[in-house]
Every structure is written in C-alpha cells, then in structure tokens.
Design a binder for this molecule. Structure first.
Ligand SMILES: NC(=O)c1ccc[n+]([C@@H]2O[C@H](COP(=O)([O-])OP(=O)(O)OC[C@H]3O[C@@H](n4cnc5c(N)ncnc54)[C@H](OP(=O)(O)O)[C@@H]3O)[C@@H](O)[C@H]2O)c1
Length: 256
C-alpha cells in the first residue's frame, strides 16, 4: 500500500527521540519531510544526523523549543514554509509528565505539566490547523490512560482524557475543511522514557517482566511499531479515519 506521503511536510513536536522520532523515521523513509522540535539541540541535531538513509537528510529540519512556549507553533510553521513551502500535518508529542499519586502531586507539578502536555498540545494543533488545507492531518500522542488509569501516573490520568476529547472536538471542527484529527494511545513502547521509568524500580528487569504479564503480546512495543501506526494515521492512506483514538499497546487496554 502506498501511504501517499511523498513530498508531504509534517511537524513533529517531541521529535528528537522516542515516539516522535520513531514516527519521523517512518515519515521520512516514506518520502515525507519533517520539522522536528524539542528542548535539546544536541538531541535534535543527532536525530537529523541519524534519520534514515543519508540520502534523506535533506528531508528533515529542526526547531529548538519547548511545547509550553507560545511562540513554538509559529517557528515550526515558518521553518516548514521557508524550507518546503507547505504543511500537511503534525504529530504532537511531548515528554511524559512526572509520575506520582494524586495525593503527592503538587500544584506546581500540575501547572507545569498543564502548560506543556495540555495547553502546549492544544496550541500547536490550533495554530497548525489554521495552516492546513484539505487532506491535512493532526495526530496527538496520548496514552492508554485516556481509557484506564495507570498506576501512580496522576498527571497523565488527569490530562490525557481531556486531550482525547479535544481531539474529538477538533475532528468535528476541522472535518468540514477536509482535515482529520486523531489520537494515538501508546501502551508500553520501549523508548528511552520507559527505560527511565523502569530504572526507578529496584530491579528494572523484574519490573519489565511484570509489566509484560499484563500485555497479551507479552512484550513491550518497538518504537518503530508505534511509528508505523502514527505515520499511517497522518497519511492520506487513512483518508476516512478521523476522531479515532487508536491504541498501540499489544492488547493491554481493558476498555473497548
Ligand atoms: N513510551 C511509552 O510507552 C509511552 C506510553 C504512554 C504514553 N507515552 C507518552 O508519549 C509521549 C512520548 O513518550 P516517549 O516515550 O517518546 O518519551 P521520550 O523518550 O522521553 O521522548 C520525549 C521527547 O519529547 C521531548 N520533550 C520533552 N519535553 C518536552 C517539552 N516540554 N517540549 C518539547 N519537547 C519535549 C524530548 O526531548 P527534550 O527533552 O530534548 O525536549 C524527547 O525528544 C510522552 O508524553 C509519554 O508520556 C509514552
């Protein structure tokens, strides 16, 4: 199947590593162009260096910026327009919020996470939407916490379901212009973040093995497995998929 991604241009926030980067890899390999963003220039520069085939490096650019920065969308859009003269969509990813119980999470942690995880995502989507024409596509990287609470992930459990409803409402608002909006619900995908969370346990290997018992496929997902699902949702091949929340979780979600 041809995904129809050739020469299309996508913005990928949180694109230096993890799920954003894995999606950018697939987009570029399929012929698209990407503007990555993240807070650390070294990570972004390394991502550009490593992105797919050396012949494809002119298919990527980056912008250093925090999703919480109100000026980030403008700079992403300007970079895409200057470099390739078009924008076809965005994958909105960001760093995961801190872990913790509701009773131990402070106002400051909530406020900081709201700025980057929630408002940052809404703002990027809103500003990108203004640039898109028919065939445009926006995808939010959310979590299985949209449908079922994760242990000691108060902020994720609190913010992600709201963002899922934002994705649904935005699909309603943008659908008449031929623009699609979807959300992805990753379960355990073996990115740097998941390795960092496992490392918080006394025995990270045992924690990983315990987690695998709750996944019907009995393993973590590979970042590339997520990247392929996300690239599909962004692509014209998914032309009648909008307002959907797609789990990429090896079957772990207990909710429909
Ligand atoms: N991996 C999973 O299994 C999984 C499961 C459920 C949900 N998720 C969610 O999916 C998202 C991505 O996860 P991941 O595993 O890819 O995480 P990751 O490996 O930590 O990668 C996150 C990327 O986002 C960037 N980033 C972090 N904070 C940012 C900010 N405030 N503004 C802009 N960029 C920022 C990071 O670069 P800099 O630090 O340089 O900015 C990094 O490139 C997270 O929100 C996570 O909670 C992941």
């Amino acid at each position: 199947m041809d995904l129809g991604l050739a020469d299309r241009v996508y913005l990928v926030t949180g694109g230096g590593r993890g799920l954003g980067r894995a999606t950018a890899d697939v987009l570029v390999a399929e012929g698209a162009r990407v503007v990555l963003s993240g807070r650390t220039e070294d990570t972004l520069a390394a991502a550009l260096e490593e992105l797919g085939d050396p012949a494809h490096r002119d298919r990527a650019a980056y912008v250093v910026g925090d999703n919480a920065d109100p000026d980030l969308p403008r700079r992403l859009i300007a970079t895409a327009r200057e470099r390739w003269g078009r924008i076809d969509g965005a994958l909105v990813s960001v760093g995961g919020p801190p872990t913790g119980t509701v009773t131990a999470t402070t106002d400051e942690q909530w406020t900081t996470a709201f700025g980057s995880v929630f408002l940052g995502a809404v703002r990027v989507a809103r500003e990108v939407a203004a640039e898109l024409g028919a065939g445009g596509s926006i995808a939010f990287v959310l979590s299985t916490s949209v449908k079922g609470p994760l242990t000691e992930m108060a902020i994720s459990n609190g913010l992600r379901p709201g963002l899922a409803m934002i994705a649904k409402q935005l699909a309603d608002e943008l659908g008449p212009r031929g623009i699609r909006v979807n959300g992805l619900l990753p379960g355990r995908i073996g990115t740097e973040r998941v390795a960092e969370l496992d490392a918080l346990h006394d025995d990270p290997g045992a924690a990983r093995a315990r987690a695998a018992q709750g996944i019907p496929l009995r393993r973590d997902g590979e970042p590339s497995e997520f990247g392929r699902a996300a690239a599909f949702l962004l692509s014209p091949a998914a032309s009648f998929v909008s307002g959907a929340l797609l789990p990429v979780d090896g079957g772990s979600l207990r909710a429909l």
